[in-house]
Design a protein around this ligand. Structure first.
Ligand SMILES: CC(=O)N[C@@H](CCCNCc1c(COP(=O)(O)O)cnc(C)c1O)C(=O)O
Length: 415
């Protein structure tokens, strides 16, 4: 192809885009594994991964092959017409979900999964109030936005964001949680590790108490694993870190050693998206039969949900995660990554925290300049997560050498 000067693509995207995004002055054209190339051929190590989407690596060959084959067969099929790939995906997904969480509403993004979760919780309980977490993030659509803490995301939309039916509690504060779960609460929703809120791992006591209190009050517990799910934190799902130790076995929560109603953390529903289909847009609200069966027939829907293309990609992605034991890789590489980050001698670092390859470094000053320096001077892509935190969400297939390069680059920009 003729080398179109980079500025044309950039100019066009900036000219015609809605304007909501701060556009970096680059044009990304190719990626593979944990490497991204821009239109000038510059090579970056990627710790953005599409905001935690490319867990199996950019353009994972198995996912690409599945997409190629399915695209030539069948891309479009609505969910009123059953499809072989959709059936295969549902079975594969349920095979890695906690026992009993085995009914799935398929959609196309995280926010859509949260919207579905709210509607299923309302019909399951006959209640309309929700409890969410301070610093929590549930998405940008109006229903999900009401559960999202950050005021600057909600304020521009005023009363269209239904704050009346949502109370926010301090993440980890059991007293506040207990007080918030009143008899009109349909569900408590939380992330096992808060992502956008600054990479803040939850704790077993809080999550188990949330499970106990919601059961006691007839409310649902909904775990938002949109960012933490699919091996990101070192387990297939982050809630597996918080199982009662006695329950732990090789595959964590799936042991099913206790009946679901006794298990100390198994939620009534889980919102899923991001990495689930290897990068192809997909979302899901996975729930128990007790929740699913209370939704009136035809009570929700989506045109693209469960489309054969995303389903084929998802079957390949989950198969890759299981076969490559990607969760164990994330656990091992994450421990290595955090150890190397903690070894950096810099007075600018307040704390290194995270779980698996979901890592945040809280600085004593704004992180934006360092994030920018990493991109421009070091060709390393990282994210922010609240003004002081540098967030690393690499593909879980990142190599140790690439981790070493990222840490060395981070050390250089901090000095
Ligand atoms: C640049 C950009 O678009 N950023 C997104 C990043 C969102 C990343 N998180 C998505 C998310 C969502 C929403 O998921 P989605 O609609 O963006 O697919 C729900 N729950 C949790 C725990 C999540 O982490 C945003 O600012 O809305």
């Amino acid at each position: 192809s003729t080398e179109v000067p980079q500025h044309d693509w950039l100019a066009d995207e900036q000219r015609y885009d809605s304007g909501v995004y701060h556009k970096h002055q680059v044009v990304m054209t190719r990626a593979e594994g944990a490497t991204v190339w821009d239109s000038t051929g510059r090579e970056y190590i990627d710790c953005v991964a599409g905001y935690g989407v490319a867990n199996v690596g950019h353009s994972n060959p198995e996912v690409v092959a599945a997409i190629r084959e399915q695209a030539g067969n069948l891309i479009v099929m609505p969910q009123t017409l059953p499809n072989d790939k959709r059936a295969e995906f549902l079975k594969e997904l349920v095979s890695v979900l906690p026992a009993g969480v085995d009914r799935v509403f398929l959609c196309n993004s995280g926010a859509e999964a949260v919207e579905a979760a709210k509607k299923f919780a309302i019909t399951a309980t006959g209640r309309t109030k929700f409890v969410s977490m301070k610093r929590g993030f549930s998405g940008r659509t109006l229903g999900a936005l009401a559960l999202t803490w950050e005021p600057k995301y909600r304020e521009p939309f005023g009363v269209a964001v239904d704050n009346e039916h949502v109370s926010f509690v301090t993440y980890g504060n059991i007293e506040e949680l207990r007080a918030a779960i009143t008899d009109d609460v349909a569900a408590v929703i939380m992330e096992p590790v808060q992502g956008e809120g600054g990479v803040r791992p939850g704790n077993a006591e809080f999550i188990r108490e949330a499970r106990r209190l919601t059961r006691e009050k007839g409310a649902l517990l909904i775990m938002d694993e949109i960012q933490t799910g699919f091996c990101r934190t070192g387990k297939m799902f982050a809630i597996e870190h918080f199982c009662a130790d006695a329950c732990q076995n090789a595959d964590g929560i799936r042991c099913g050693c206790k009946a679901a109603e006794e298990c100390m953390v198994v939620p009534d529903g889980m919102t899923l998206a991001k990495a689930m289909a290897g990068g192809v847009p997909v979302g899901a609200f996975a729930m128990t039969a007790a929740v699913a069966d209370k939704m009136p027939a035809g009570g929700h829907g989506t045109t693209f949900g469960g489309n054969p293309l995303a389903m084929a990609a998802g079957v390949a992605a989950i198969g890759f995660m299981k076969r490559e034991n990607l969760a164990a890789q994330a656990a091992e590489k994450g421990a290595y990554f955090m150890e190397k980050l903690r070894a950096i001698k810099s007075s600018k670092i307040r704390e290194v925290r995270g779980m698996g390859l979901m890592i945040g470094v809280e600085l004593k000053e704004k992180s934006a300049p360092y994030i920018s320096a990493l991109e421009h001077d070091e060709a390393v892509l990282v994210l922010q997560a609240t003004p002081l935190v540098v967030r690393f969400l690499p593909p879980l297939t990142i190599s140790k050498e690439q981790i070493d390069s990222v840490v060395a680059a981070f050390e250089r920009v901090l000095t």
